[in-house]
Design a protein around this ligand. Structure first.
Ligand SMILES: [Cu+2]
Length: 117
């Protein structure tokens, strides 16, 4: 009798923990709890990679220049912001609040896009 009682208690605790661990964290809550995320855009072979990046408001994007020439990251429409020169091997980061089309003002064919969801 006492053994069955103990076993029942252990099973109850096990089920309780299982529910607590699995039941209380939905994927949506995980996304909220994680807070702002950091994304990297590689500048490589005269291209922004990925060219198009979807983030959430407040996320940070880091551009890393892997080329052997200087690049920059500049808002395309009104030049509202710019990284200034990012030397070879350098990087620049920005917290993103809005969707932007951007380009490299030094090599105007280099274009990228950030979409805030
Ligand atoms: Cu460039």
């Amino acid at each position: 009798m006492i053994n069955n009682f103990k076993l029942g208690g252990i099973i109850f605790i096990y089920l309780f923990l299982l529910f607590f661990i699995n039941g209380c964290t939905t994927p949506e809550e995980n996304a909220i709890n994680k807070g702002p995320e950091v994304y990297t855009v590689e500048i490589k072979n005269m291209k922004f990679q990925p060219e198009e990046l979807t983030v959430k408001k407040g996320d940070t994007v880091i551009w890393v220049n892997h080329d052997i020439v200087t690049h920059c990251v500049t808002e395309e429409l009104t030049k509202a912001w710019t990284s200034g020169k990012i030397a070879a091997g350098g990087s620049w980061k920005m917290a993103v609040e809005n969707s932007y089309n951007y380009f490299c003002a030094i090599h105007e064919v280099m274009k990228g896009k950030i979409i805030v969801q």
